[in-house]
Design a protein around this ligand. Structure first.
Ligand SMILES: Nc1ncnc2c1ncn2[C@@H]1O[C@H](COP(=O)(O)OP(=O)(O)OP(=O)(O)O)[C@@H](O)[C@H]1O
Ligand SMILES: CC(=O)N[C@H]1[C@@H]2OC[C@@H](O2)[C@@H](O)[C@@H]1O[C@H](C)C(=O)O
Length: 369
C-alpha cells in the first residue's frame, strides 16, 4: 500500500478573486478522502496590487526578478496565503503537524512558454517558515524549461477523480475559470489537455465596466441579451483556436477583444457564447467525440454558460462538477495538494499530450520550514 499523505492545496487563479484552500488525503495516484475546503478573498487593495503586477510583468527579463511593484505584490500574495492556511487550519481544528505537504501555486503574472517564461509570484520558503509546514511551489518551471507549455497541470488530478466515475467515455472535464482548459480522458491510457480560450475573465471585465459588479451572477445578465454571432465568429478567427492540443494561454492573451458598443446584456451574452463556442471548437481536434462533459470552476455556476455549452455539445451530456459530488470551487486547490504529493514522490505532473513536454515530467520545488 502506497504511503498516504495529507496535503493542503492553495490556488490563486487568473480571476484574481482570492485564495482557494483544500485538504485531501492521497498517495499521489488516488484520492483516499476529501477534507474541508476554504477561501480567503483578496481585499480591493490586494487585488489592485495584483492588477498592477500583471501590467508590469511583461517587462520582466528574468523569471526570478521582482522589480518595482512585483516585489510588494509577491509579499502580499505570500502573506495572504499564510493567512489563508492559518484561518483554514484553526477553523477546521487541524494541527500543522498533521499536514505532510502544502502545494502552493502562487499567482501567475506572466505566461509565455515559447520564451520559457512562466512566472508565479509567491515566496515558497517564506510561506514554509510562516506556516511551519513543507511547501511545494513553482510547479510550472520544470515543464516550461523542458519545452512544455507549463499548463494545464490539473489533468492528472482530473484523471484521478474520473477513475471512480461511472460514465461512458471519452470524458472531458472543462474548467471555466479566468481562462478555460480541458482534460480529455479515454480509458486509463489516454490523457490529452489544453487551454481552449477565454473563460470568465473577459465577461467579468465587461460586467464590472458596464454594471459595477464583479461577475455575471448565474449568467442572469447574459440570459437577457442577444448573441452577436458575427462578432463571435470574427473573434474565433484568432489562430489559437485552430491549433491542436497541447496549447496554453496567458490571462491577457484575448484582452484586445472588446464589446464596447454593445449593451450590458448583449455584451454578456456574446462573451458567454465566445467561451462556450471556443470550448466546443476543441471537439474536432480531439481523437474521438466526447460522450460526457463535466464542468468545473466558477463558470459552472453560470447557468447561461451551461445552456450554451449544452446547445453546442449535444448529444454529449454536460454536467456541473458539483452534481457528481466533486467540488467545482475547490477542485483546483485540491489539484495542487495532489500535485504536491506527486512531486514529493517524483511522479509525473505533465505528459507529452497534456503540456507538450518531450517526456513525462515531475516538478515542483520543495521548501522546508
Ligand atoms: N455564482 C456565479 N455565477 C456566475 N459566475 C460565477 C459565479 N461564481 C463564480 N463565477 C465566475 O467564476 C469566476 C471564478 O472562477 P474560478 O475561481 O474557477 O477562477 P480562477 O481559479 O481564478 O481561474 P483559473 O482557473 O483560470 O485560474 C468568477 O470570476 C466568475 O466569473
Ligand atoms: C499559466 C497559468 O497559470 N495557467 C492557468 C490559467 O488558469 C486556467 C488555465 O489558465 C490553466 O492553464 C492554468 O491553471 C490550471 C489550474 C492548470 O494548470 O491546470
Amino acid at each position: 500500500m502506497a504511503i498516504m499523505l495529507t496535503a493542503i492545496g492553495l490556488m490563486s487563479g487568473t480571476s484574481l478573486d482570492g485564495v482557494d484552500v483544500a485538504l485531501i488525503e492521497t498517495d499521489g495516484k488516488q484520492v483516499r478522502a476529501f477534507g474541508p475546503s476554504g477561501y480567503r478573498a483578496y481585499t480591493d487593495h490586494e487585488r489592485g496590487l495584483l492588477r498592477q503586477a500583471l501590467n508590469e510583468a511583461p517587462n520582466l527579463l528574468h523569471r526570478e526578478a521582482r522589480p518595482g511593484i512585483l516585489r510588494e505584490a509577491e509579499r502580499i500574495v505570500t502573506l495572504a496565503h499564510a493567512e489563508a492556511v492559518a484561518i483554514f487550519t484553526s477553523h477546521n481544528r487541524i494541527s500543522y503537524e498533521d499536514i505532510d505537504i502544502v502545494g502552493f501555486h502562487g499567482q501567475t503574472v506572466l505566461h509565455r512558454p515559447a520564451e520559457k517564461m512562466t512566472v508565479q509570484i509567491g515566496d515558497g520558503p517564506a510561506l514554509a517558515k510562516a506556516i511551519h509546514i513543507p511547501v511545494m511551489h513553482d510547479f510550472r518551471a520544470a515543464d516550461v524549461d523542458a519545452g512544455g507549455q507549463g499548463a494545464p497541470l490539473v489533468p492528472v488530478y482530473h484523471r484521478a477523480l474520473a477513475q471512480s466515475l461511472e460514465r461512458e467515455g471519452p470524458i472531458v472535464v472543462v474548467n471555466i475559470g479566468g481562462v478555460s482548459n480541458i482534460t480529455y480522458i479515454d480509458g486509463p491510457n489516454t490523457l490529452i489537455a489544453c487551454d481552449t480560450g477565454p473563460g470568465n475573465a473577459l465577461l467579468d471585465d465587461h460586467i464590472f465596466r458596464t454594471m459595477g459588479q464583479p461577475f455575471d451572477c448565474e449568467g442572469r445578465t447574459a440570459a437577457q441579451g442577444a448573441v452577436d454571432v458575427a462578432w463571435v465568429m470574427r473573434a474565433l478567427q484568432h489562430p489559437f483556436f485552430a491549433l491542436p492540443p497541447p496549447k496554453s494561454l496567458d490571462r491577457n492573451d484575448f484582452a484586445s477583444l472588446k464589446v464596447r458598443d454593445m449593451s450590458p446584456a448583449d455584451g454578456a451574452a456574446t462573451l458567454t457564447a465566445l467561451t462556450a463556442e471556443a470550448i466546443a471548437r476543441i471537439v474536432p481536434l480531439l481523437p474521438k467525440e466526447p460522450k460526457c462533459w463535466i464542468v468545473a470552476g466558477g463558470g459552472a455556476r453560470n447557468l447561461t454558460m451551461l445552456r450554451m455549452l449544452r446547445e453546442r455539445l449535444d448529444p454529449a451530456t454536460v454536467e456541473a462538477a458539483d452534481a457528481l459530488g466533486w467540488s467545482a470551487d475547490a477542485i483546483e486547490a485540491q489539484a495542487f495538494g495532489f500535485l504536491a504529493a506527486r512531486g514529493l514522490k517524483g511522479l509525473p505532473l505533465s505528459y507529452p499530450a497534456t503540456t507538450g513536454v518531450p517526456i513525462p515530467m515531475t516538478g515542483g520545488v520543495i521548501a522546508r520550514p
